[in-house]
Design a protein around this ligand. Structure first.
Ligand code: AMP
Ligand code: MG
Length: 333
């Protein structure tokens, strides 16, 4: 922790575990650190970074005005997988916010992360620790594969629990707006805030000239090297459809894989079938999602078919990531 904190205070970068995915951390108040983050990730510099804090008091220094709803959300869901967007104070450099006058803030529940944030001075800018466009990292090994040679230190905190990034809610407009779905779902936000709008780019059809409020949402995301297709519909029809498609690819000698659930994996005739988790345990699905997409790359799979996972609580968040990873390629069974 001492070493990690020192690297950050000296303007360097460290990868940290959180309860969502691994983050690539730098000093949020040092413009040079943010520049290094963009360079290491290969990320466009207009894609803003989330500022991570360890204590609620820290918020007042970086946010110009904290609305009442935010205090209530913080009391209920912090520390945890929820990011709130506020008007920033002058101390936050525009390099951290991708040129915006707003700042996204989160307090992670992972204790290693919070101890590290304190050791590093209290304000950590951290996007997901993957190379830009790749699936997010849920283990230290994933980070090593993407960032070896780019950063001096990875804090290994084991495999992340939730496995997908935080919920982002924008509190700077007239009405709160959900920018990215996560484990704190829409109903949980509405319980505290009342009405919550949903950014049109979430989950649905995304046109290139729609202007999403979260700038990162316009970029290609999470994509495996192979072509990923989501097959939707009645469960039996989905299995039949995928089996037909797979047969075709395998006849041509192509490497194809199926992402199935614990409940359906035995229904597929395919050389590579990966069990993502159980439909009755949603977190098992979100937890494994990015690791499985990365495994597909390791296995040099050229085509991947996945079931849809519209589960009750995390379904919106899981499908949002899958739809992006698939580049919106959805087949109706
Ligand atoms: P990640 O991809 O996990 O690094 O999360 C960063 C994402 O948070 C960005 O791509 C944006 O979508 C979102 N974000 C960060 N700061 C802001 C902000 N000030 N306003 C809107 N969205 C933001
Ligand atoms: Mg990311």
């Amino acid at each position: 922790m001492e070493l990690a904190g020192q690297i950050i205070r000296d303007g360097g970068l460290v990868a940290m575990p959180t309860e969502t995915v691994y983050g690539l951390a730098g000093d949020a108040l040092n413009p040079e650190s943010s520049k290094k983050i963009y360079a290491a990730k290969g990320r466009p510099s207009d894609n803003p970074l989330i500022v991570h804090i360890a204590d609620i008091e820290a918020i007042d220094k970086i946010v110009s005005d904290v609305p009442k709803g935010a205090r209530e959300l913080a009391a209920k869901y912090w520390p945890g997988p929820l990011t709130m967007v506020f008007h920033k104070s002058d101390i936050v450099p525009l390099t951290t916010t991708g040129g915006l006058e707003t700042v996204a803030v989160r307090m992670p529940s992972n204790e290693i992360a919070r101890e590290f944030i304190r050791a590093a001075g209290g304000y950590i800018a951290a996007p997901s620790a993957n190379k830009s466009g790749r699936p997010s990292c849920t283990t230290a090994e994933h980070v090593f594969n993407d960032m070896n040679g780019e950063i001096p230190l990875i804090i290994d905190g084991g495999a992340g629990g939730i496995g997908i990034e935080s919920t982002i809610v924008d509190l700077t407009g007239d009405k709160p707006c959900l920018l990215r779905p996560g484990a704190i779902n829409l109903d949980m936000l509405k319980e505290v805030l009342g009405e919550v709008e949903v950014d049109p780019s979430i989950g649905g059809v995304e046109s290139p000239d729609a202007h999403p409020k979260a700038p990162g949402m316009k970029y290609k995301h999470y994509a495996p090297a192979g072509e990923l297709y989501i097959v939707e519909g009645d469960m039996q029809a989905v299995c039949d459809k995928i089996n037909l498609l797979v047969e075709d690819h395998e006849k041509r000698g192509e490497t194809v894989a199926v992402i199935a659930s614990n409940e359906t994996k035995s229904k597929y005739r395919c050389k590579i079938v990966r069990d993502i988790g159980s439909r009755s345990d949603e977190i098992s699905i979100s937890h494994n999602l990015f690791a499985i997409l990365r495994e597909m790359d390791d296995a040099k799979v050229s085509t991947i078919y996945t079931e849809a996972f519209d589960t009750p609580i995390l379904g919106m968040a899981i499908m949002n990531r899958l739809i992006r990873a698939a580049g919106h390629k959805i087949i109706k069974a």
